[in-house]
Design a protein around this ligand. Structure first.
Ligand code: FAD
Length: 269
């Protein structure tokens, strides 16, 4: 029998998570697929659950001089509607799922679920975001690259909740975001590609092609220094190691990535 826990606040949630093994449930939009084994989802959800969607301590969007702070419990709809947040980030979230799903699905759920197709991840890699985790014993702050350690794998300990994501404020000169799928939204990405031009040059993050997001500072440096197009494209091709799956083929993904890279580099010249 599954036990259901509904804490009255964050402290109580963390207290319970320190004492027993619990699966946090936020919007439940990823978990419900696993719980019902829909679409043949292989990672069945088994265990007692703690509901966190109602916790006010996780629902905030604030800013400092250098960063935006976005609570893990902020929904995609709240993120998209928040005019404080930069356009390039809101555009990514605006293309996720459907309005109904966006009303329930949280930012924290997308990040902690760590799917290779999670659309928030390329944005967070490109921005060099940080993830804040809380437990009864304290807090840890990890760069996104150290938090996402593989497909459906993060560095979160079982007694920790994701508390917030810290998104650095960037001076964006221009950006290109393309999400490729069967339909524009309500469909998981075949490729999600984000290129941004900031002070200091280009940053490129590519999602849904490998187990985790592709970002290469070495290749970005090559682009910024005006390196040959072929050497840049070959460099990215060598990084794409995904395989064919039910959404798409490796060949299609590679072609899309190469076309978007060429478009970006042409526009940059
Ligand atoms: C129809 C449909 C369309 C979708 N479209 C897209 C899409 O276009 N792009 C996309 O990227 N995703 C999409 N998704 C996937 C999903 O909606 C998102 O990943 C969503 O952001 C998950 O958030 P959630 O709050 O529902 O997470 P949940 O399902 O509640 O949780 C997901 C995982 O994160 C953990 N978790 C949640 N919050 C925390 C926390 N604060 N601390 C620690 N662990 C936590 C849970 O234990 C679980 O393992 C879609 C899903 C559906 C059903």
């Amino acid at each position: 029998m599954v036990e259901h826990y509904r804490p009255k606040n964050l402290t109580e949630a963390l207290e319970w998570m320190a004492e027993r093994k619990l699966i946090p449930v936020a919007g439940g939009t990823d978990l419900m697929i696993r719980a019902r084994n829909w679409q043949g989802a292989s990672r069945a959800m088994k265990g007692d659950v703690v509901y966190i969607q109602h916790l006010e301590e996780l629902k905030f969007i604030t800013e400092t001089e250098t960063d935006y702070h976005i609570g893990a419990g902020v929904t995609q709809a709240q993120f998209y509607d928040c005019k404080l947040l930069p356009d390039y980030a809101r555009e990514v979230v605006g293309q996720m799922a459907t309005p109904a799903i966006r009303n329930a699905a949280t930012i924290g759920g997308n990040i902690v679920n760590a799917a290779s197709v999670a659309d928030l991840l390329p944005l967070l890699y490109a921005a060099d975001a940080q993830i804040v985790l809380k437990s009864r014993d304290g807090q840890r702050v990890l760069p996104i690259q150290s938090f996402e350690i593989g497909k459906y794998m993060t560095a979160r300990r079982e007694d920790e909740l994701m508390f917030e994501v810290i998104l650095p404020k960037l001076k964006i000169k221009k950006y290109l975001y393309k999400k490729m799928g069967q339909r524009r939204s309500s469909i998981l990405s075949k490729v999600s590609f984000l290129a941004i031009e900031v002070e200091g040059g280009t940053r490129i993050a590519i999602g849904a092609v490998n187990d985790t997001v592709v970002r290469s500072k070495e290749l970005e440096k090559r682009i910024n220094e005006g390196g040959g197009v072929k050497s840049v494209l070959d460099g990215y091709k060598a990084l794409l190691n995904g395989s064919d799956d039910k959404r798409s083929t490796k060949r299609y993904r590679e072609r899309v990535v190469i076309n978007l890279l060429m478009k970006w580099m042409e526009e940059k010249r």
